[in-house]
Design a protein around this ligand. Sequence first.
Ligand SMILES: C[S@@+](CC[C@H](N)C(=O)[O-])C[C@H]1O[C@@H](n2cnc3c(N)ncnc32)[C@H](O)[C@@H]1O
Length: 273
Amino acid sequence: MDRYSQANLLNWNERAALHSTDTTGSYRIAQVLAGGSSLHEIEEREIGDIAGLDAVHLQCHIGLDTLSLKHLGARSVAGLDFSPVAIAAADDFARHAGTSARFVVGRVEEAPDLLGRGSFDLAFVTWGAINWLADIRLWARTVAALLRPGGRLYLLEGHPQMNQCELQGGRLAFEFPHAGATDEPLAFDEAQTYTGDERSLSATRNYEWIHPLGSVVGAVLEAGLRLDFLREHDRIAWRAFEGMIEDGVDLFRLPPGIAAPPLAFSIGATRPG
Ligand SMILES: C[S@@+](CC[C@H](N)C(=O)[O-])C[C@H]1O[C@@H](n2cnc3c(N)ncnc32)[C@H](O)[C@@H]1O
């Protein structure tokens, strides 16, 4: 594993420990343990009917969305994440919820070998996943390898243009370069996680990549998937900027009057039959 992924793993192991004992309500743990769903309105609507599907959740973190997919009707669910702390929590939640799910520790590109090539009807990837990966083309090939003919990808992410911005003096300003200008990731140091939890992180350093929309769509097409939709959204699942207004359950938008790029995007794509 390269030094960027090693740092990210230390960071995510710590975050997983905090998130699995979350008291801020961000992770909707009680709701999932009671047989409900932690999905936001956008992804729950956009995945459509998943009854009877075999679903894989890449970068599943502590497994709550994976279990939600099962609660929403998937025939089987599998979740993969490179953090052993996250996967231990996911197994624990599955036991407590009484929900059958397969959770595996691994890097995204290992998923086809660990979970089975051509084994899934739905690959589900949402909110803060591909920004941790250096190689978006490898990611797309991995997704395509996991899907059966006719199987589909659902991706919902923070918008790359939004990720380039910071709020300065009440306006959004471009702060970070368009990816491709550099192969190096952006380096961040955060003393706390994004849920509002006041407990401190000690492994503060993390590295992220901003993949332009054209690179993501290009990678999906190059991997042999057919694009079903590409949508842009003006709401996001975290308070990306100070002063954001809650609009829907755990979804946030900018206050009126601030010129901004889209905050999120979603892609549906199918492996041709
Ligand atoms: C923000 S979380 C994903 C959140 C997700 N929407 C959920 O269901 O909670 C990002 C996850 O990506 C995982 N991750 C980061 N880099 C990875 C990699 N190279 N391979 C597998 N998992 C990775 C982290 O461990 C973390 O659990």
